[in-house]
Design a protein around this ligand. Sequence first.
Ligand SMILES: *[C@@H]1O[C@H](CO)[C@@H](O)[C@H](O)[C@H]1NC(C)=O
Ligand SMILES: *[C@@H]1O[C@H](CO)[C@@H](O)[C@H](O)[C@H]1NC(C)=O
Ligand SMILES: *[C@@H]1O[C@H](CO)[C@@H](O)[C@H](O)[C@H]1NC(C)=O
Length: 199
Amino acid sequence: MKILGLAIFPFLSILALSVSRQPESSERTFAGCLLRRSDPSYPISSAIYFPSNSSYSSVLQSYIRNLRFNESNTPKPQLILTALHESHIQSAIICAKYHGLQMRIRSGGHDFEGSSYVSDVPFFILDMFNLRSINVSIEDETAWVEVGATVGEVYYKIAEKSNIHGFPTGTCPTVGVGGHFSGGGLSLFSERKETSHHN
Ligand SMILES: *[C@@H]1O[C@H](CO)[C@@H](O)[C@H](O)[C@H]1NC(C)=O
Ligand SMILES: *[C@@H]1O[C@H](CO)[C@@H](O)[C@H](O)[C@H]1NC(C)=O
Ligand SMILES: *[C@@H]1O[C@H](CO)[C@@H](O)[C@H](O)[C@H]1NC(C)=O
């Protein structure tokens, strides 16, 4: 199997950002900031889910992979921003920093501790599932992948173009690219190494 070089879409580096909080942040002010700071050509309001929006719970639950955190007493985000465009991510970072609201970033939601969607301080979720395009170039042997794609989708897109290329991510197809590539997962090729560590 040939290994395909794979580049992560530039804003993956955002995943490492953590934002400190100040308790006086208010969701309305924070949301107002998102509206003010976003590019009108990509309306951000259709990407904002407050607890009062009817789809808030289903959006929140759809990427909760550890059902321990799918409980009524699990801390809930003040809002969920399901970014539709890169500029929404930029607005989220600027406003989170300005209002001191903690940002949790979710890709596939496979973190065991729920850290992409649970916090013990006031927070919001920057949810990446809308940003999941994958472009594979067999000529270059590269692929450009957005952070909200799953590793299964990456395998699928590569397999559509070639039956001899692949990319070593995990064995579970619903793991998100964002978490896996930023260091959160074992890969098919790392498992052998892990085993020898234990021996
Ligand atoms: C959630 O409700 C607000 C109004 O309360 C609205 O502006 C926003 O577009 C709604 N979000 C979605 C995703 O429909
Ligand atoms: C999470 O909880 C909700 C509400 O109790 C429930 O409807 C949903 O099915 C649960 N999700 C899963 C995957 O079990
Ligand atoms: C893939 O290509 C499409 C069409 O050119 C583009 O809109 C999209 O942003 C590309 N995605 C990535 C991750 O490069």
